[in-house]
Design a protein around this ligand. Structure first.
Ligand SMILES: [Zn+2]
Ligand SMILES: [Zn+2]
Length: 90
């Protein structure tokens, strides 16, 4: 029978559902996946926890940051590392 040729399923290449990176199960370890355990939020700045440096022109509620670590850049690399999680696992 003809194999499906569209996909290149070589061995155990998987896509991580958290960081969307391709990885191989063999090299997956507890430092492989960098991610933010919380969401990027836009809310009032909490003065008790100085997560966010407001710019001179920013209103006090202009804070946008990751709730976990306070990173202000949505593209900031993750503050937590763990194993990659494939769509197969759960
Ligand atoms: Zn984070
Ligand atoms: Zn990952």
């Amino acid at each position: 029978m003809a194999e499906e040729t569209g996909k290149s399923e070589k061995g155990n290449e998987k896509v991580c559902k958290r960081c969307k990176q391709t990885y191989s199960a063999a090299s997956n370890n507890s430092n492989s996946c960098r991610f933010h355990p919380s969401f990027f939020v836009c809310r009032r700045h909490d003065d008790q926890k100085r997560y966010y440096e407001l710019g001179p022109g920013d209103p006090p509620y202009a804070a946008k940051f990751y709730d976990c670590c306070g990173a202000e850049d949505p593209e900031a690399s993750g503050c937590t590392t763990s194993f990659h999680v494939s769509y197969d696992d759960d």
